[in-house]
Design a protein around this ligand. Structure first.
Ligand SMILES: O=C(Cc1cc(-c2ccc3c(-c4nc5ccccc5[nH]4)n[nH]c3c2)n[nH]1)Nc1cccc(F)c1
Length: 281
């Protein structure tokens, strides 16, 4: 199907991503609500980003998973390149975390489980995300976590020399990437640990460092101080995720069997059953 701007009623601005703006929109024929990401070709061509955009479109179009934000399609006109993305009613996980300071263990456990399922799926498609952080995660219907951005993901078969520098926080980089060593899917396992730490405590593990130099030093040593109010299961899973050596980190399959994840599963099941009963009435 060839999409054009006329297929959509465009609403308010809902986000400001790299290269452009994101708008709420309704696809006229189906009434479907989507997020339209509008990027200006002048912006994209300026920094020779078309290759990265093409790679990201290629990666995200091929992914179909309930915890990964869908890219339904794209189109362009003379000045703009527009993406038709899944609309996430809950917005960015980052905003929810800021508002609530930190999540209850049951909520953090659910998001960690959903992210683990998404990462297992990504790795099965030979994609390493490499940039898991609250800003790139969205909250969908039924309060489900969705990975929203693939700016730094790579297909593992293509060797990726890190020409472009990282912008933003170092907090989520694993020791091996800090040292410029080669990295694998275990980099995403480390980032899952950092995210879980931040969801449970409200802060990333190295935030209280004096400067970036100290952040890098503490990441290399996996020097993490765990606050006292974490449950034994939460602390145990964090320690297994945030292992300095990638080979020592727990696998994503084992994460799904960890008590911190399984202990809340019955809560989810009960809630879903109750929700179904309400709908049935
Ligand atoms: O840029 C993205 C990812 C992306 C997704 C989004 C995005 C931003 C916001 C939303 C939202 C959303 N829902 C909200 C609810 C309340 C408040 C704000 C909200 N934003 N839903 N879906 C979104 C999607 N921005 N950027 N992908 C991409 C794919 C291919 C090529 C490329 F250059 C980029």
């Amino acid at each position: 199907k060839q999409w054009t701007a006329d297929d959509f009623l465009v609403g308010r601005e809902i986000g400001r991503g790299n290269f452009g703006y994101v708008y709420l929109a309704r696809e006229k024929a189906s009434g479907y609500i989507v997020a339209l990401k509008v990027m200006y070709k002048s912006e994209i061509l300026k920094d020779h980003n078309e290759r990265q955009i093409r790679r990201e479109v290629e990666i995200q179009s091929s992914l179909k998973h309930e915890n990964i934000l869908r890219l339904y399609g794209y189109f362009h006109d003379e000045t703009r390149f527009i993406l038709i993305l899944e609309y996430a009613p809950g917005g960015e996980l980052y905003q929810q975390l800021q508002k609530q300071k930190r999540f209850m263990e049951s909520v953090a456990s659910k998001y960690a489980r959903q992210l683990t399922h998404a990462l297992i799926y990504l790795h099965s498609k030979r994609v390493i995300h490499r940039d898991i952080k609250p800003e790139n995660l969205m909250i969908g219907l039924n309060d489900d976590l969705k990975i929203g951005d693939f700016g730094w993901s790579v297909k593992t078969d293509t060797f990726d020399t890190r020409r472009s520098t990282f912008c933003g926080t170092l907090d989520y980089l694993p020791p091996e990437m800090i040292q410029g060593l080669n990295h694998d899917t275990k980099a995403d396992v480390w980032a899952l640990g950092v995210l879980l730490f931040e969801m449970l405590t409200g802060k990333p593990p190295f935030e209280d460092s004096r400067d970036e130099e100290e952040v890098c030093q503490r990441i290399k040593e996996a020097d993490i101080k765990y606050p006292p109010n974490l449950s034994r299961q939460a602390r145990d899973l964090l320690e297994q995720l945030l292992q300095k050596r990638a080979v020592d980190r727990i696998s994503l399959q084992e994460v799904l069997k960890h008590p911190f994840i399984t202990r809340w599963l019955h809560v989810e099941a009960t809630k879903e059953k109750a929700a179904k009963e309400v709908k049935a009435k």
